[in-house]
Design a protein around this ligand. Structure first.
Ligand SMILES: O=P(O)(O)OC[C@H]1O[C@H](O)[C@H](O)[C@@H](O)[C@@H]1O
Length: 433
C-alpha cells in the first residue's frame, strides 16, 4: 500500500496540514511507535493484533474447514469484527470463488429468512464466529440457522465450524457437539482480527490464498518505523489525526472499486470503535466511487470544511471497452474503456476537491488481490493504533457498545436494565400522525 498525502497538505488553496507541523508530529510518532513495538513484543492486549501475520497458521484453518471445503455456500454468522473482516476479504475477491459467501449479522427476520429459504442447505456450511461467545445477535441467528438445517433434515453438526474464545456459551456448545473449532487469538479485539481465523475461515472455504493475505500484511508490518515519512500506515494515521485537530472531524472512506465497498464498512468499525472515546475521535463515513460522486460529492466539495476524503485506488484491474455508438454526443465514450472512465472520474474528483481546498488522501493498491488486501487491512489497523496513541485513547476497548449490549439483554429479560430505561423515559418525545 502506498499513501499519497499530497492533497492533505496545506497550500495556497487548501487549509490542510502543513509539512512543518507533520515534522513536529513525527516526534510523537516516534514515541508512539516505541510504545507499539513494546506492546507487540509483550503480546499486550490489542497490540498483539499487529503480530497476526506471523502468528496465524493457515494449515490450522485449512484443517478445521476441511469437512465443509466443498460447500456451495458458506453462511457466516457473526457481527461487527466477527463478520466485517471476512466479508471484506470474500467480497473483494468474489470473482475468484465458486462458493457463495453469505453474512448473517443483522437480525432482521425478513432478511434472514430470505437467505435461509433460497439456499440449498444440504450443500451449505455454517461458520459461526463470536469472540466473546455471548453476542445476542450472533447466538440468536445461529439458533435460527441451526433450526432451519434441522427442519431441512440436514445434520448441522456435520456442517458447522465455530470460531470463538476459550470459554463462553459458544465454546460450550462447540465442545458438546464436538464441532471443528478455532480460537480467536488472545489479545486480538474483534475489529483487529481479520487476519486471524475470524477473517480467514470464510476466505479459505471460498478458495482464496491465505498465505498471500498474510504475506501482504507482513510486508506492510515491515514498514512500521519511527517516522511517518517512512511508513505508509503511520503517514495515514498521523495525517488523519493532524487533520482532525484542524477541524476535519469526518473521514469519508471512498474506494474506487466496487469490490472494496465492504472494506469501507470494515474501516468504519475500526475507526469508530477504536478512536471514538473520551469525546475524541473522527467520524468515519462510507462512500463509494463513482457512485457517491453523484450523491455525496456536493457536500464534500462545498459543505462544511470538516471533512477528509480518503480514496482507495487499485492501479490495475480487468477492463472492458465501451462500444462505439453512432450517437454524436456520446462519441467521446467510444474511444474509452470502463476502466479509463473510472480512472478519469477518480482523477477529476480528486482534483476538484483539491481545487476547492478540501483535504484528501490517496491509498494506492497495485490491484485487488490477496496480497494487496492483506497489506490494506494491516496498514489501516496500524494506522488506527498509531492514531489511538496520538489521541491518547484506549484504542482496544469499546465500553459504549458494551453498555448497549447489556441494555439489550436486560430488555429481553436477561439482566439489569434500569439505567437505560430511566434515561430513555426522561428523553422520549413522541409525535404521532
Ligand atoms: O465477536 P463478538 O464477541 O460476538 O463481538 C462482536 C462485536 O460485538 C460488539 O459490538 C463489539 O463492540 C464489537 O467490537 C464486536 O466486534
Amino acid at each position: 500500500m502506498n499513501v499519497d498525502i499530497g492533497n492533505a497538505l496545506a497550500s495556497v488553496a487548501a487549509p490542510g496540514v502543513s509539512r512543518a507541523s507533520l515534522e513536529r508530529l513525527d516526534t510523537q510518532v516516534a514515541d508512539a511507535h516505541e510504545r507499539i513495538e513494546r506492546g507487540m513484543a509483550n503480546g499486550e492486549h490489542g497490540y498483539e493484533a499487529l503480530n497476526l501475520p506471523q502468528r496465524t497458521d493457515p494449515d490450522e484453518i485449512r484443517a478445521a474447514v476441511e469437512p465443509v471445503a466443498d460447500a456451495d455456500a458458506l453462511i457466516t454468522v457473526g457481527i461487527g469484527g466477527s463478520a466485517l473482516g471476512a466479508a471484506t476479504i470474500t467480497n473483494a475477491l468474489a470473482d475468484e470463488s465458486d462458493t457463495e459467501a453469505v453474512y448473517l449479522d443483522n437480525v432482521d427476520p425478513e432478511w434472514v429468512s430470505s437467505h435461509l429459504d433460497r439456499l440449498d442447505l444440504e450443500n451449505t456450511a455454517i461458520n459461526v464466529v463470536s469472540r466473546s461467545g455471548t453476542t445476542a445477535e450472533t447466538l440468536a441467528n445461529f439458533l435460527v440457522v441451526r433450526d432451519a438445517f434441522e427442519s431441512a433434515g440436514v445434520d448441522w453438526t456435520e456442517r458447522t465450524i465455530v470460531t470463538t474464545g476459550d470459554a463462553g456459551p459458544l465454546r460450550d456448545l462447540s465442545d458438546r457437539h464436538d464441532l471443528p473449532s478455532l480460537k480467536v487469538p488472545d489479545g486480538v479485539p474483534g475489529r483487529f482480527s481479520a487476519l486471524s481465523a475470524v477473517g480467514m475461515v470464510a476466505a479459505e472455504v471460498c478458495g482464496h490464498d491465505l498465505e498471500a493475505l498474510l504475506e501482504g500484511a507482513a510486508a506492510e508490518a515491515e514498514t512500521l518505523s519511527g517516522s511517518l515519512f517512512e511508513c505508509p500506515a503511520y503517514a495515514y494515521g498521523a495525517t488523519t489525526y493532524a487533520l482532525d485537530q484542524r477541524g476535519a472531524g469526518i473521514n469519508a472512506m471512498m474506494p474506487y472499486a466496487e469490490s472494496l465497498e465492504t472494506a469501507a464498512e470494515w474501516f468504519a468499525q475500526l475507526w469508530a470503535e477504536s478512536l471514538g472515546k473520551d469525546d475524541l475521535g473522527q467520524t468515519p463515513v462510507r462512500a463509494l466511487g463513482v457512485t457517491d460522486q453523484h450523491s455525496q460529492l456536493q457536500l464534500y466539495r462545498a459543505g462544511p470544511r470538516d471533512k477528509l476524503v480518503t480514496f482507495v485506488t487499485p492501479q490495475e484491474s480487468v477492463d472492458r471497452p465501451i462500444p462505439d455508438t453512432d450517437v454524436e454526443n456520446l462519441a467521446y465514450l467510444g474511444d474509452a474503456t470502463l476502466g479509463e472512465l473510472l480512472e478519469a472520474e477518480f482523477e477529476a474528483t480528486e482534483a476538484s476537491l483539491a481545487a476547492a481546498g478540501r483535504p484528501n488522501v490517496r491509498l494506492e493498491l497495485e490491484r485487488v488481490d490477496e496480497y494487496e488486501l492483506g497489506g490494506l487491512l494491516y496498514g489501516m489497523e496500524a494506522a488506527c493504533v498509531l492514531a489511538g496513541e496520538l489521541y491518547g485513547v484506549n484504542t482496544f476497548e469499546q465500553p459504549a457498545v458494551e453498555w448497549a449490549k447489556k441494555a439489550t439483554r436486560g430488555l429481553l429479560g436477561g439482566g439489569e436494565f434500569e439505567e437505560a430505561e430511566a434515561v430513555a423515559e426522561k428523553t422520549s418525545l413522541r409525535v404521532e400522525r
